[in-house]
Structure formats: C-alpha cells, structure tokens
Design a protein around this ligand. Structure first.
Ligand code: FAD
Length: 279
C-alpha cells in the first residue's frame, strides 16, 4: 500500500452533482484504488453548499474499503453547522479531515462565525479532541491575499499550533518554490509533513482559469508551449504528462513526503504519471 512505502499519496475528488457523475466517480475511484493511496479526499463548497454531496461521496469511498478525508471549509458557516458536520463524520467513523477557510462566492457578505482556517482547526480540537487527523492547506507561492510571504508563513504556523497534523500544498509548477517554502517552514520549527499538491494538465484553458483564480503560477515556458498546441488535446496531454512527471520525480527525489493529486475526478493522467514514476 501507499505506493510501497511510508510516503503519503492521496487523490482528491470533487463531489459529483448528478447520478451519472457519481457513477463515473465510483469507476475513477475503483481504478485509482489499485494504486494503493493512503486516502481519497473530497472537496467542500464554501458555506456548506456541497455538504450533502460531499458526505455522500465520502461514504461511498468508505464503503469501498478506502480511507476518505472530507474537506471542511468554515467561511460563511456558523459554529453550530460545523459542529453538526463534525458529529456526522464522527458517527460514520471518518477520522481524517482537510480543514480550510474556503472562499466566499463574490457578492456574498455573510462571513459567518469563522474568519480563518486556524480558528476552524482550534474549533475541531475543542469539540472533538484528537478524534480527527487534520490536514491544512499551504501555499509555496504564497496565498494571493497574504500581506507578505512572511505573514503567510506565520499564518500557516497558526494552523499547526492550533492542532493540525500535516499539510497539503496548493499546486505549483516551480519546484524551487516548494523547496524554499519547506526550508522556511523548518526554520520556524515546523516539522509536519508538507505534501506537494500536483495538478495533472489536461487542458490549457481550464488550467489557466484555475491558476488565475488560486494564484498558482504557470511558468512562461509552459504557458507558451501549451498555448502553441491550440486545441490539439493529445499534444497538450503528452507535454503536460512530461512536465508533471518530471516535477513529481524531482520532488520525491528531493525528499517530499508524498504527493496529493488534484484528479478532477479523472483517473487516466494520474495513473500514467504514477506508472511513469514507478511508484
Ligand atoms: P487560511 O489559512 O485562513 O488563509 C487565508 C488567508 O488569510 C491567507 O492569506 C493567510 O495568510 C491569511 N490568514 C490566515 N490566518 C490568519 C489570521 N489568523 N489572521 C490574519 N490573516 C490570516 N476551498 C474550498 O472552498 N473547498 C475545498 O474543499 C478546498 N480544498 C482545498 C484543498 C487544498 C489542498 C488547498 C491548497 C486549497 C483548497 N481550497 C478549498 C481553497 C482554499 O479554501 C482557499 O485557498 C482559501 O482562499 C484559503 O483557505 P485556507 O484554509 O488556506 O485559509
């Protein structure tokens, strides 16, 4: 299991919106389960908008015998709703969460009762003790709203001081940003696993849209190459596989504690990267 080592390999899904999407996700999960990941995580819409769908996807993963880690975001939520969500997961024997602030949909004014993810982590520990293993997010290229890189690192540490056990990064294509971030974290005394988030490349337009929204940089040479392929999706896939496999290979050989794949509910690219890495 776990790619044949203690390393932490995980696959992220989003909760499907239709019965067809759910059936397709079950097939994706069955295929990816053969790779022996440590867990599958399922995202959560800000303000609890995907609450039921996230729960359904998580229970489906669990019923298949795999470990499931729901994401829980806190922006726009009350303490009571988060408490109820935690209780539901606990009742179902779920022992792992990815705790996030989330982003308010534009135009939404109701921030709710939590401002930042460190408050959510503290609340989880306050209400459920050590029941959950808690992962938090971090940003090798720094969070787009951070006042400064230093400030963002201090805020990352707040989440760990509040009781988080490990971290998953935003995706990036520039490995140096990750190495630098990990060194800076170590200098602050942070010693939890910081698992790189990996985004396989299936489409340039989608990748560009995501990257603009979350502040992840697509290096100029990658952007230029991808753009030059136009709508030749086979060329985009082939180039993307080369770039992302090299990135993962470098990260693992530099001691990254594992990899977290943003699968976008597709098995094929992640599986090919996995096989090429010889995991
Ligand atoms: P925080 O850690 O709260 O940080 C947000 C910003 O506030 C940062 O700029 C930080 O520097 C600053 N900050 C933090 N704490 C403080 C403080 N105490 N005082 C002052 N400033 C502070 N979003 C979803 O909606 N659903 C998901 O399922 C989801 N999954 C994700 C999974 C991963 C692995 C990652 C990397 C991101 C995910 N996101 C998800 C996106 C995430 O919600 C956004 O990036 C969001 O903008 C920040 O969330 P956070 O938990 O990192 O927030």
């Amino acid at each position: 299991m776990s790619g044949g080592s203690d390393r932490i390999f995980s696959f992220e899904f989003f909760p499907p919106a239709t019965p067809e999407g759910a059936a397709k996700l079950s097939a994706t999960r069955a295929q990816l389960a053969q790779l022996g990941p440590k867990f599958f995580s399922v995202t959560y819409g800000a303000g609890g908008s995907t609450r039921d769908r996230t729960l359904a996807a998580v229970l489906d993963i669990q019923a298949s015998g795999q470990r499931a880690a729901p994401h829980v975001s806190c922006i726009g939520s009350t303490r009571d709703t988060v408490r109820a969500t935690l209780a539901t997961y606990r009742e179902h024997g779920i022992g792992h969460l990815v705790a996030l602030r989330g982003d308010l949909p534009s135009g939404s004014a109701d921030v709710g009762e939590f401002r930042y993810a460190n408050e959510l982590v503290a609340f989880i520990r306050e209400t459920t003790g050590d029941w959950f293993h808690i992962d938090v997010a971090c940003y090798p290229e720094y969070h787009p709203q951070a006042r400064s890189p230093r400030d963002d690192m201090v805020n990352f540490k707040r989440k760990l001081d509040a009781g988080a056990n490990s971290a998953i990064t935003q995706y990036f294509f520039n490995a140096d940003s990750y190495y630098h971030f990990v060194d800076e974290a170590a200098a602050l005394g942070i010693d939890v696993p910081i698992v790189p988030g990996v985004m396989p490349i299936a489409s340039f337009t989608k990748l560009a849209r995501f990257s603009d929204a979350c502040g992840a940089e697509i290096p100029r040479w990658i952007r230029n190459k991808l753009e030059s392929f136009g709508d030749d999706s086979a060329a985009i896939r082939a180039f993307g596989l080369d770039v992302v496999t090299d990135l993962c290979d470098g990260l693992l050989s530099h001691g990254a504690p594992g990899l977290h794949f943003y699968t976008l509910n597709q098995a094929s690219l992640t599986t090919i990267i996995w096989q090429r890495l010889g995991l």
